[in-house]
Write a protein that binds this ligand. Structure first.
Ligand code: FAD
Ligand code: NAI
Length: 471
């Protein structure tokens, strides 16, 4: 950027929130600059999150299936070996292809990409310490904070990304550890735990609550996926709190307590993955220079139009309220630019799907059963197991079910919870149904191709408003 050149919009952070806003702003004809310090666009999601984790999940699943799930399919395989280096390279290729793709989209949409760290010098001016050395500054009529999040540390167990690791270390281990303890049985713990368990590590998940899956997962679904992951070899210690850790010995030692105050115990492992949540990242932004406050969880405080108390400075994505999900950040990015350009925008926070990419996958949207109970909202339930679905049977992949929750009076869909093959794709249909205010009868009367896994979705809807045919 030329010295103090004025833009219509300056975005700090080139993650999903920031890069999508930049492209949208370019499309809307705004003069826009996006500042990113990582050296690559795409943020956590593309570089060390969604994309590399899904590459490892997909390929470790193939490896595990070839080892354990071929004979009954009539496939005899010879000597199966893991080439971890090559698996990591495949992951890196997916990541770099996608991050470079965003650079191309920036050029195509006239977005200026500034490689460096942005700090508020004043309410309209951002100083940038350039990655290549030197400094520049940009002035924005509007500014968008999209600086994302980072792993929450565990006190006393410093990350070295080799023995005590965050998800970033878990995406880049150089060898398969003999044993791994995962602190936190949320989505990161279960996805990355699955990867290393499939590749041969003995994985133990220690979770404070009495249920795995993290916030939002339906209780019944959480129990079901726990059983399935246990069958695959993962161990679980629920209702157990890690009190302290010691990494001075050859193995890492953890002192754990029953969450209810039972007998303390010592666990040890070669590698410990800390996956106890993520926290907003705003370090070095200089929010104090412009008097912007954070709430008690470190989130930038905004109103319903993403405005901070300085109304031309907005904030979206992981560093503010709401679920820390890439597609949530993406929706907000489009809406924030629409507010700037047109004065109105919209995100339906009641209809944001969640997917856990284990095998089988877990996916949900809308309210779960425990939330409906707690809010005293009446509901009816319809279930359909994949063991009664013809496509799942032909695929020899029948674990799991579709569960629907609907209003008993109006039959309107309230929530859908799936554990099963391809749940992450199937949830799109439930999301659309919920967004359109469909009843389960609307879904059930919609023709679904045969034989598909999606028929399980239709039959769960039939079971909710009437009766399923095949179960
Ligand atoms: P980020 O992606 O964190 O981007 C913020 C960017 O801002 C970063 O690149 C950072 O370098 C930059 N930045 C920060 N401060 C400055 C500054 N001062 N100057 C310049 N640049 C700065 N979500 C899903 O929906 N699906 C998934 O499958 C999924 N998998 C995940 C797997 C893992 C292992 C992890 C850790 C997360 C996963 N997530 C997933 C969550 C997802 O990655 C985040 O919700 C998403 O990246 C949030 O986007 P963001 O743009 O708000 O923040
Ligand atoms: P999380 O909030 O999903 O789960 C953290 C778990 O750790 C909770 O179940 C909590 O009870 C437990 N915990 C906290 N302190 C503990 C302690 N001392 N001992 C034992 N257990 C403890 O957080 P996670 O898994 O770190 O993921 C962070 C976020 O990243 C997710 O909330 C999600 O938004 C995003 N993400 C999304 C993915 C997806 O969409 N597929 C994949 C990976 C991450």
């Amino acid at each position: 950027a030329s010295q103090a050149e004025e833009k219509d919009l300056v975005i700090i952070g080139g993650g999903v929130a920031g890069y999508v806003a930049a492209i949208k702003a370019g499309q809307e004809g705004l003069k826009v600059a996006c500042i990113e310090k990582r050296g690559a666009l795409g943020g956590t999601c593309l570089n060390v999150g969604c994309i590399p984790s899904k590459s490892l999940l997909n390929n470790s699943h193939m490896y595990h299936s070839i080892l354990h799930d071929t004979k009954n399919r009539g496939i005899d395989v010879g000597d199966v070996k893991l080439n971890l280096d090559a698996m990591m390279k495949a992951k890196d290729t997916s990541v770099s292809g996608l991050t470079k793709g965003i650079e191309f989209l920036f050029k195509k949409n006239g977005v200026e990409y500034i490689k460096g760290t942005g700090t508020f010098a004043s309410e309209n001016e951002i100083k940038v310490a350039l990655n290549d050395g030197g400094e520049t500054s940009v002035v924005g009529k509007n500014i968008l904070i999209a600086t994302g999040s980072e792993s929450t540390p565990f006190p006393g167990l410093e990350f070295d990304e080799e023995r005590v690791i965050t998800s970033t270390g878990a995406l880049a281990l150089k060898k398969v550890p003999e044993s791994m303890i995962v602190i936190g049985g949320g989505i990161i713990g279960l996805e990355m735990g699955s990867v290393w368990s499939r590749l041969g590590a003995k994985v133990t998940v220690v979770e404070f609550l009495n249920q795995i899956g993290g916030p939002g997962m339906d209780n019944e679904v959480a129990k079901s996926i726990q059983k399935l992951l246990k069958k695959q070899g993962m161990e679980f210690k629920l209702g157990t709190k890690v009190v302290s850790g010691d990494k001075t010995g050859e193995k890492i030692k953890l002192e754990v307590d029953s969450a209810k105050g039972g007998k303390p115990e010592t666990l040890d492992a070669e590698v410990v993955l800390v996956a106890i949540g993520r926290r907003p990242y705003t370090a070095g932004l200089g929010l104090e220079n412009i008097g912007l406050e954070l709430d008690d969880r470190g989130r930038v405080v905004i109103d319903s139009e993403y405005r901070t108390k300085h109304s031309h400075i907005r904030c979206i994505g992981d560093c503010t309220f709401g679920p820390m999900l890439a597609h949530k950040a993406e929706e907000e990015a489009v809406a924030a630019v629409e507010y700037i350009k047109k004065g109105y925008g919209h995100v339906n926070y009641g209809v944001i799907p969640s997917v856990m990419y284990t095998h089988p996958e877990v996916a949900w949207v809308g309210q779960n059963e425990q939330e409906l109970k707690a809010a005293n909202i009446p509901y009816k339930v319809g279930n359909f197991p994949f063991s009664a679905n013809s496509r799942a049977k032909t695929n020899l992949d029948t674990d799991g079910m579709v569960k629907m929750l609907a209003d008993p009076e109006t039959d309107r869909l309230l929530g859908c919870h799936i554990v099963g093959p391809n749940a992450g794709e199937m949830i799109a249909e439930a999301t659309l149904a919920l967004e359109y205010g469909a009843s389960t009868e609307d879904i059930a009367r919609t023709c679904h191709a045969h034989p598909t896994l999606a028929e399980a979705f239709k039959e769960a809807a039939m079971a909710t408003y009437s009766k399923a045919i095949h179960y």
